[in-house]
Design a protein. Structure first.
Length: 324
């Protein structure tokens, strides 16, 4: 992992130790709020050393298959995974993105098994990938006991047409739970209006007067996710694609409450962790490549979140399992 690395702060460079102690950590460097997730039967030896911690989370610069087995079973509320899509992209020196199809699926099944194991009963699993992979991965997680909730289609039109096929215009976000969901918050989106005249686009069959003033229930087709292109929303030091904070805000709000624990085994640009810090969720992050960009993002808070006008209902629908 390396002992130190440099990040920017206020236009200057500063050196960060392998564990950035924003609070008073335990002897092993793990954030106190996460210590029991790794400690097993009380042995701190089982807890890996993070490269960075905050009051809410711990970041590991490692292969997720080395960290996931060290997390206790039934300890995580939500897992969000955005793995490499096996398209032959260069992410760095360690990530492998050009496997034979069968090997790629076997690799995915390994981290999916671990992800399901660490989820609490009622916990949520989200997997963001190409439809060609998620149709197989969805069948696999159903086979190992997960309950299907939604196939969420996230519109994405920046690709090129493919000869002999329909124009691919969406990514897939699988949503499964470990049995009956222990958390579910209804998210509402604003009534759609014309961007030119400002008038409402639909009349809802003449029942507009009966609509909830906070908006319409979030659909499983998301057409309002902006691309992450501008430097305001993306680190210029990481050329690889990044996810909009709007996706992660919805994932986090739907499936967790403040204080719940979110795990992301493919940290990438750190979008999940930035959203968790903002929403007061605890988090465990894993990234196999260098993590300076993630640490920089969390410390400096210079990367903006996309505008999000969703309304989250906090009522009896934000329920917990009776056993909790």
């Amino acid at each position: 992992m390396g002992g130190r690395f440099s990040i920017r702060q206020g236009g200057n460079r500063l050196t960060v130790k392998r564990v950035k102690r924003n609070n008073k950590p335990n002897a092993d460097g793990v954030a106190p709020s996460l210590h029991t997730v790794f400690s097993g039967q009380g042995s701190v030896d089982s807890a890996p050393a993070p490269i960075f911690t905050t009051n809410l989370g711990s970041l590991y610069e490692a292969d997720c298959l080395d960290i996931l087995p060290k997390i206790q079973s039934n300890s995580v509320d939500t897992v969000f995974a955005d793995p490499p899509f096996n398209l032959g992209k260069e992410y760095g020196l360690k990530a492998e993105d050009n496997r034979p199809d069968s090997k790629y699926l076997q690799w995915c099944q390994r981290w999916l098994r671990e992800s399901v194991r660490v989820l609490k009963p009622g916990g949520s699993l989200f997997v963001y990938n190409l439809p060609k992979w998620n149709i197989v991965l969805g069948a696999y997680v159903a086979q190992i006991g997960m309950t299907f909730r939604h196939w969420i289609a996230i519109e994405h039109k920046s690709g090129l047409p493919i000869p002999g096929r329909l124009y691919p215009a969406h990514y897939s976000l699988l949503y499964y739970t470990k049995g009956r969901p222990s958390r579910f918050q209804r998210v509402r989106t604003p009534i759609e209006t014309c961007r030119h005249c400002g008038g409402e686009i639909r009349d809802y069959g003449g029942h507009r007067h009966a609509m909830n003033p906070n908006g319409v229930t979030l659909k499983d087709v998301w057409t309002d996710i902006p691309p992450v292109r501008h430097r305001k929303f993306k680190s210029e030091r990481r050329p690889a694609n990044a996810l909009s904070t709007k996706i992660l805000e919805r994932v986090v709000e739907i499936s967790t409450l403040p204080g719940d624990l979110v795990l992301d085994p493919f940290g990438g640009s750190g979008t999940t962790f930035s959203v968790c810090e903002d929403k007061k969720r605890r988090w465990i992050g894993i990234e196999i490549e260098k993590t300076e960009v993630i640490v920089d993002r969390i410390i400096n808070k210079e990367i903006s979140h996309h505008r999000n006008e969703d309304f989250v209902e906090q009522s009896a629908r934000s329920y917990r399992l009776a056993a909790e």
